[in-house]
Design a protein around this ligand. Structure first.
Ligand SMILES: [Zn+2]
Length: 182
C-alpha cells in the first residue's frame, strides 16, 4: 500500500517513477516507514521493568541527552534532537536506566509533535513508576521549519514538562545544576 502511494506521489510531483534511480524507491520508503512508524503497531509501552531499590533513594535520577528521531505529523518531515529525562523515585521504586531511551524511541516512532513527545514520556513514567516527580526537556531541530518558508537553520525548539516535585523552584534549580554538571 505504501509502495503504491509513494509511486503516486512521485508521479504527482512530476517525476517518472520508472526511471532507474527511482524504481526501487517506493519499496525502500515502505520499509523505512515500517521502521520509523513502528510504534503505531503497539500503542502501549510495555518494554520495562520496575525494581525495588535497596535504599530509600530520593535523589534526582537523570539521563541526559538521549538522541531521538521523529516525524512531524503536520508535514511528515523529520524532527530530531535530544531528550533529557529526570525523575525522583518514591518508595524505592526505580526503572532500569536502559528503558528510558527505549521509552524515548517508543514515543518518537510515529507521526507526532515535539510537545506530544515531551508530555508522553513524562506521563508514561508518572503512570508506570509513580515517582515523586518527572522532568522532561526536549531540544529539537525541525526540518519543516528549516527546509521551507522562513529558513531559520539551526534554530532549536525547546519543550519541557514537569510534574510533582519538579514543579517547585528548588527542585527545578537542583535539576538545572545537574544538567550543567553531567
Ligand atoms: Zn511540521
Amino acid at each position: 500500500m505504501i509502495t503504491q502511494a509513494v509511486r503516486q506521489i512521485l508521479t504527482a510531483v512530476g517525476e517518472d517513477p520508472d526511471r532507474p534511480g527511482l524504481v526501487e524507491t517506493p519499496d525502500r520508503v515502505a520499509r523505512m516507514y515500517a521502521e520509523v512508524f513502528s510504534s503505531l503497531e503497539d500503542r502501549e509501552f510495555k518494554d520495562y521493568k520496575i525494581f525495588d531499590s535497596d535504599h530509600d533513594q530520593d535523589e534526582i535520577v537523570l539521563v541526559k541527552d538521549i538522541p531521538f528521531y521523529s516525524m512531524c505529523e503536520h508535514h511528515l518531515l523529520p524532527f530530531f534532537g535530544t531528550v533529557s529525562v529526570a525523575y525522583i523515585p518514591k518508595d524505592g521504586k526505580i526503572i532500569g536506566l536502559s528503558k528510558i531511551p527505549r521509552l524515548v524511541d517508543f514515543v518518537s516512532h510515529k507521526p507526532t509533535l515535539q510537545e506530544n513527545i515531551t508530555a508522553e514520556i513524562a506521563q508514561t513514567l508518572d503512570h508506570i513508576l509513580k515517582p515523586a516527580g518527572v522532568a522532561v526537556i526536549v531540544k529539537a531541530r525541525h526540518m519543516c521549519m528549516e527546509m521551507r518558508g522562513v529558513k531559520k537553520t539551526n534554530s532549536q525548539t525547546r519543550t519541557t514538562y514537569y510534574s510533582g516535585a519538579f514543579k517547585t523552584p528548588q527542585t527545578r534549580q537542583d535539576l538545572m545544576l545537574q544538567l550543567q554538571a553531567v
